[in-house]
Design a binder for this molecule. Structure first.
Ligand SMILES: [Zn+2]
Length: 312
Protein backbone atom coordinates (compact mmCIF):
# COMPACT_ATOMS: atom_id res chain seq x y z
CA UNK A 1 0.00 0.00 0.00
CA UNK A 2 1.29 3.47 -0.86
CA UNK A 3 0.16 6.82 0.48
CA UNK A 4 1.27 10.45 0.31
CA UNK A 5 2.07 12.24 3.59
CA UNK A 6 2.09 16.05 3.55
CA UNK A 7 3.29 18.41 6.27
CA UNK A 8 2.16 22.03 5.93
CA UNK A 9 4.72 23.90 8.02
CA UNK A 10 5.23 27.62 8.59
CA UNK A 11 8.62 27.52 6.84
CA UNK A 12 8.54 24.44 4.61
CA UNK A 13 5.89 22.25 3.11
CA UNK A 14 7.17 18.71 2.83
CA UNK A 15 5.56 15.81 1.00
CA UNK A 16 6.49 12.18 0.56
CA UNK A 17 5.34 8.96 -1.04
CA UNK A 18 5.39 6.34 1.73
CA UNK A 19 5.14 2.58 1.21
CA UNK A 20 3.65 0.44 4.00
CA UNK A 21 6.64 -1.97 3.79
CA UNK A 22 9.52 0.10 2.45
CA UNK A 23 8.93 3.47 4.15
CA UNK A 24 9.62 6.75 2.36
CA UNK A 25 10.14 6.21 -1.40
CA UNK A 26 10.32 9.80 -2.54
CA UNK A 27 10.33 13.09 -0.69
CA UNK A 28 10.30 16.74 -1.71
CA UNK A 29 9.87 20.13 -0.06
CA UNK A 30 9.15 23.71 -1.01
CA UNK A 31 9.11 27.01 0.85
CA UNK A 32 5.59 27.61 2.11
CA UNK A 33 5.95 31.39 1.88
CA UNK A 34 7.18 31.27 -1.73
CA UNK A 35 3.49 31.45 -2.75
CA UNK A 36 2.10 35.00 -2.95
CA UNK A 37 -1.32 34.25 -1.52
CA UNK A 38 -3.19 31.49 0.29
CA UNK A 39 -5.10 30.45 -2.83
CA UNK A 40 -1.86 30.47 -4.80
CA UNK A 41 -0.35 28.24 -2.12
CA UNK A 42 -3.27 25.80 -2.46
CA UNK A 43 -2.63 25.66 -6.22
CA UNK A 44 1.12 25.17 -5.75
CA UNK A 45 0.55 22.43 -3.19
CA UNK A 46 -2.00 20.68 -5.40
CA UNK A 47 0.47 20.70 -8.34
CA UNK A 48 3.26 19.30 -6.17
CA UNK A 49 1.02 16.47 -4.89
CA UNK A 50 -0.19 15.72 -8.42
CA UNK A 51 3.37 15.49 -9.77
CA UNK A 52 4.42 13.27 -6.89
CA UNK A 53 1.57 10.83 -7.47
CA UNK A 54 2.13 10.45 -11.23
CA UNK A 55 4.59 7.52 -10.94
CA UNK A 56 2.74 5.61 -8.22
CA UNK A 57 -0.62 4.10 -7.50
CA UNK A 58 -1.63 6.03 -4.36
CA UNK A 59 -4.31 4.65 -2.02
CA UNK A 60 -4.76 7.69 0.15
CA UNK A 61 -3.36 11.14 1.05
CA UNK A 62 -2.79 12.34 4.61
CA UNK A 63 -2.09 15.99 5.42
CA UNK A 64 -0.90 17.57 8.66
CA UNK A 65 -2.31 21.10 8.69
CA UNK A 66 -2.31 23.92 11.25
CA UNK A 67 -5.66 24.89 12.78
CA UNK A 68 -7.51 22.02 11.17
CA UNK A 69 -11.15 21.80 12.29
CA UNK A 70 -12.16 18.17 11.89
CA UNK A 71 -15.87 18.91 12.16
CA UNK A 72 -15.94 21.57 9.43
CA UNK A 73 -13.13 19.79 7.53
CA UNK A 74 -11.41 23.13 6.98
CA UNK A 75 -8.00 24.50 7.89
CA UNK A 76 -6.85 28.09 8.19
CA UNK A 77 -3.17 28.70 8.93
CA UNK A 78 -3.70 31.83 11.04
CA UNK A 79 -0.02 32.62 11.58
CA UNK A 80 0.78 32.57 7.86
CA UNK A 81 1.54 35.83 6.03
CA UNK A 82 -1.26 36.00 3.43
CA UNK A 83 -4.15 38.52 3.28
CA UNK A 84 -6.64 36.12 1.69
CA UNK A 85 -6.64 33.54 4.51
CA UNK A 86 -9.97 31.87 5.11
CA UNK A 87 -11.06 28.40 6.24
CA UNK A 88 -10.46 26.09 3.28
CA UNK A 89 -11.65 22.54 2.61
CA UNK A 90 -8.48 21.02 1.17
CA UNK A 91 -9.91 17.50 1.41
CA UNK A 92 -12.78 18.24 -0.98
CA UNK A 93 -10.51 20.25 -3.28
CA UNK A 94 -7.88 17.50 -3.66
CA UNK A 95 -10.39 14.68 -3.94
CA UNK A 96 -12.05 16.55 -6.81
CA UNK A 97 -8.71 17.23 -8.48
CA UNK A 98 -6.93 13.89 -7.97
CA UNK A 99 -9.71 11.42 -7.23
CA UNK A 100 -7.74 10.00 -4.29
CA UNK A 101 -9.25 9.77 -0.76
CA UNK A 102 -7.71 12.60 1.27
CA UNK A 103 -7.66 13.16 5.04
CA UNK A 104 -6.41 16.02 7.18
CA UNK A 105 -5.20 16.11 10.75
CA UNK A 106 -4.04 18.77 13.17
CA UNK A 107 -0.25 18.98 12.98
CA UNK A 108 0.29 18.17 16.68
CA UNK A 109 -1.93 15.09 16.40
CA UNK A 110 0.04 13.98 13.33
CA UNK A 111 3.10 13.37 15.53
CA UNK A 112 0.98 11.20 17.78
CA UNK A 113 -0.11 9.16 14.73
CA UNK A 114 3.55 8.66 13.68
CA UNK A 115 4.50 7.64 17.19
CA UNK A 116 1.61 5.20 17.34
CA UNK A 117 2.51 3.44 14.08
CA UNK A 118 6.30 3.64 14.06
CA UNK A 119 7.50 4.42 17.59
CA UNK A 120 6.16 4.15 21.12
CA UNK A 121 2.92 2.63 19.82
CA UNK A 122 4.76 -0.65 19.35
CA UNK A 123 5.25 -0.89 23.12
CA UNK A 124 2.30 1.04 24.54
CA UNK A 125 -1.46 1.17 23.91
CA UNK A 126 -2.29 4.27 25.94
CA UNK A 127 0.15 7.16 25.88
CA UNK A 128 0.58 10.91 25.58
CA UNK A 129 2.82 12.70 23.11
CA UNK A 130 4.20 16.04 24.23
CA UNK A 131 5.74 18.10 21.42
CA UNK A 132 8.18 20.68 22.75
CA UNK A 133 9.37 23.15 20.11
CA UNK A 134 8.52 26.78 19.44
CA UNK A 135 5.34 26.05 21.40
CA UNK A 136 4.04 23.04 23.30
CA UNK A 137 1.58 20.61 21.70
CA UNK A 138 0.07 17.33 22.78
CA UNK A 139 -1.50 14.20 21.35
CA UNK A 140 -3.54 11.55 23.14
CA UNK A 141 -3.46 7.90 22.06
CA UNK A 142 -6.05 5.67 23.71
CA UNK A 143 -6.11 1.98 22.87
CA UNK A 144 -3.83 2.63 19.87
CA UNK A 145 -6.28 5.19 18.47
CA UNK A 146 -5.78 8.92 18.32
CA UNK A 147 -8.28 10.77 20.49
CA UNK A 148 -9.15 13.89 18.47
CA UNK A 149 -12.12 15.26 20.39
CA UNK A 150 -15.28 16.68 18.83
CA UNK A 151 -13.49 19.22 16.60
CA UNK A 152 -10.01 17.69 16.34
CA UNK A 153 -8.35 19.92 18.91
CA UNK A 154 -7.93 17.48 21.81
CA UNK A 155 -4.53 17.54 23.49
CA UNK A 156 -3.93 21.30 23.66
CA UNK A 157 -1.83 20.69 26.75
CA UNK A 158 0.26 23.79 26.14
CA UNK A 159 -2.66 26.04 27.04
CA UNK A 160 -3.46 24.49 30.38
CA UNK A 161 -2.51 26.91 33.17
CA UNK A 162 0.24 27.05 35.75
CA UNK A 163 -1.14 28.44 39.00
CA UNK A 164 0.18 31.89 39.94
CA UNK A 165 2.16 32.39 36.71
CA UNK A 166 1.66 35.84 35.20
CA UNK A 167 3.07 35.28 31.71
CA UNK A 168 1.04 36.36 28.70
CA UNK A 169 0.57 33.61 26.10
CA UNK A 170 0.23 34.06 22.31
CA UNK A 171 -3.27 32.61 22.64
CA UNK A 172 -4.33 35.65 24.69
CA UNK A 173 -4.45 33.66 27.92
CA UNK A 174 -2.34 34.11 31.03
CA UNK A 175 0.03 31.57 32.60
CA UNK A 176 -0.21 28.85 29.92
CA UNK A 177 2.23 25.95 30.28
CA UNK A 178 3.82 26.78 26.93
CA UNK A 179 4.90 30.21 28.20
CA UNK A 180 7.41 28.22 30.29
CA UNK A 181 7.91 24.91 28.48
CA UNK A 182 8.83 25.84 24.89
CA UNK A 183 11.73 27.52 23.10
CA UNK A 184 10.16 30.93 23.66
CA UNK A 185 9.33 30.08 27.26
CA UNK A 186 12.90 29.02 28.06
CA UNK A 187 14.26 32.26 26.57
CA UNK A 188 11.71 34.24 28.56
CA UNK A 189 12.78 32.50 31.78
CA UNK A 190 16.39 33.34 30.96
CA UNK A 191 15.51 37.01 30.40
CA UNK A 192 13.57 37.18 33.69
CA UNK A 193 16.46 35.57 35.53
CA UNK A 194 18.83 38.14 34.02
CA UNK A 195 16.68 41.00 35.28
CA UNK A 196 16.46 39.52 38.76
CA UNK A 197 20.25 39.26 39.08
CA UNK A 198 21.12 42.89 38.55
CA UNK A 199 24.88 42.34 38.66
CA UNK A 200 24.58 40.57 35.34
CA UNK A 201 26.78 41.98 32.59
CA UNK A 202 25.37 39.77 29.88
CA UNK A 203 22.65 41.46 27.81
CA UNK A 204 22.16 39.01 24.94
CA UNK A 205 19.72 36.14 25.38
CA UNK A 206 21.38 33.01 24.01
CA UNK A 207 19.64 30.49 21.75
CA UNK A 208 17.83 27.60 23.42
CA UNK A 209 20.51 25.22 22.18
CA UNK A 210 23.18 27.38 23.79
CA UNK A 211 21.21 27.45 27.06
CA UNK A 212 21.16 23.64 27.10
CA UNK A 213 24.87 23.47 26.20
CA UNK A 214 25.84 26.01 28.87
CA UNK A 215 23.80 24.17 31.49
CA UNK A 216 25.67 20.99 30.60
CA UNK A 217 28.94 22.84 31.16
CA UNK A 218 27.82 23.95 34.61
CA UNK A 219 26.47 27.46 33.95
CA UNK A 220 24.40 28.25 37.02
CA UNK A 221 21.82 30.51 35.41
CA UNK A 222 21.10 28.10 32.54
CA UNK A 223 20.78 25.24 35.01
CA UNK A 224 18.33 27.27 37.12
CA UNK A 225 16.26 28.17 34.06
CA UNK A 226 16.05 24.60 32.75
CA UNK A 227 15.40 23.10 36.18
CA UNK A 228 12.51 25.56 36.60
CA UNK A 229 11.19 24.66 33.11
CA UNK A 230 11.15 20.94 33.71
CA UNK A 231 9.94 21.20 37.30
CA UNK A 232 6.84 23.01 35.99
CA UNK A 233 6.42 20.47 33.19
CA UNK A 234 6.70 17.57 35.64
CA UNK A 235 4.12 19.03 38.01
CA UNK A 236 1.70 19.71 35.16
CA UNK A 237 2.18 16.22 33.71
CA UNK A 238 0.60 14.85 36.87
CA UNK A 239 -2.69 16.60 35.95
CA UNK A 240 -2.69 14.99 32.50
CA UNK A 241 -1.83 11.59 33.96
CA UNK A 242 -4.66 11.82 36.48
CA UNK A 243 -7.09 12.51 33.63
CA UNK A 244 -5.90 10.03 30.99
CA UNK A 245 -4.04 7.36 33.03
CA UNK A 246 -1.50 6.59 30.27
CA UNK A 247 1.26 3.97 30.32
CA UNK A 248 3.80 6.39 28.92
CA UNK A 249 4.63 10.01 28.16
CA UNK A 250 6.75 10.44 25.03
CA UNK A 251 8.45 13.75 24.25
CA UNK A 252 9.09 14.87 20.69
CA UNK A 253 9.75 18.16 18.87
CA UNK A 254 12.93 20.21 18.35
CA UNK A 255 13.83 20.43 22.02
CA UNK A 256 13.08 16.80 22.94
CA UNK A 257 16.57 15.55 22.13
CA UNK A 258 18.14 17.92 24.63
CA UNK A 259 15.63 16.85 27.30
CA UNK A 260 17.05 13.36 27.90
CA UNK A 261 19.08 14.31 30.99
CA UNK A 262 16.10 16.23 32.44
CA UNK A 263 13.77 13.22 32.41
CA UNK A 264 14.58 12.41 36.07
CA UNK A 265 13.57 15.98 37.06
CA UNK A 266 10.32 15.77 35.06
CA UNK A 267 9.40 12.34 36.37
CA UNK A 268 10.50 13.25 39.92
CA UNK A 269 8.28 16.34 40.17
CA UNK A 270 5.48 14.49 38.43
CA UNK A 271 5.62 11.47 40.74
CA UNK A 272 5.50 13.79 43.77
CA UNK A 273 2.07 15.03 42.65
CA UNK A 274 0.60 11.69 41.64
CA UNK A 275 -1.95 9.72 43.58
CA UNK A 276 -0.54 6.49 44.99
CA UNK A 277 -2.36 4.33 42.43
CA UNK A 278 -0.40 6.04 39.64
CA UNK A 279 3.02 6.25 41.24
CA UNK A 280 5.95 4.35 39.69
CA UNK A 281 3.93 3.06 36.76
CA UNK A 282 4.49 5.70 34.05
CA UNK A 283 7.30 5.46 31.48
CA UNK A 284 8.85 8.83 30.54
CA UNK A 285 10.80 8.71 27.27
CA UNK A 286 12.09 10.62 24.27
CA UNK A 287 10.75 9.75 20.82
CA UNK A 288 13.00 7.47 18.82
CA UNK A 289 11.67 8.94 15.58
CA UNK A 290 13.14 12.42 15.87
CA UNK A 291 15.49 11.95 12.90
CA UNK A 292 13.02 9.95 10.86
CA UNK A 293 10.91 12.53 9.07
CA UNK A 294 8.15 12.28 11.64
CA UNK A 295 6.53 15.35 10.04
CA UNK A 296 5.54 13.39 6.91
CA UNK A 297 5.25 9.98 8.57
CA UNK A 298 2.51 11.32 10.88
CA UNK A 299 0.14 12.37 8.09
CA UNK A 300 1.16 9.20 6.18
CA UNK A 301 0.12 7.14 9.23
CA UNK A 302 -3.29 8.78 9.11
CA UNK A 303 -3.52 7.95 5.38
CA UNK A 304 -2.58 4.29 6.05
CA UNK A 305 -5.18 3.97 8.84
CA UNK A 306 -7.91 5.45 6.66
CA UNK A 307 -6.94 3.37 3.61
CA UNK A 308 -6.89 0.21 5.75
CA UNK A 309 -10.38 1.08 7.02
CA UNK A 310 -11.55 1.52 3.41
CA UNK A 311 -10.36 -1.96 2.33
CA UNK A 312 -11.52 -3.80 5.46
ZN1 LIG B 1 -2.03 29.87 25.77
Amino acid sequence: MKVVGVDIGGTNTELAVVDSNDGILKIRAFKTKSSNSFLQYIDDLSCQIKELTLDYSIDSIGIGAPNFDSKAQTFCPVNFPWDDLKPFNLKAHLQRLLNIPTFLINDANASAMAENRYGAGKKFKDFLIITVGTGLGGGIIINNQLFEGAFGYAGELGHTKIEGLDRQCNCGGMGCLETVVSANGIKKSYAINMKEIKSSVQTQIPSVKTIFDMAKNGDKRCKTVLNFTFEKLGQKMADFIHIVNPEAIIFCGNIAKSMECYLPIISGFCEEQLLDDFKGKIHFGISELLDDKMNVLGPASLAFSKAEELVS
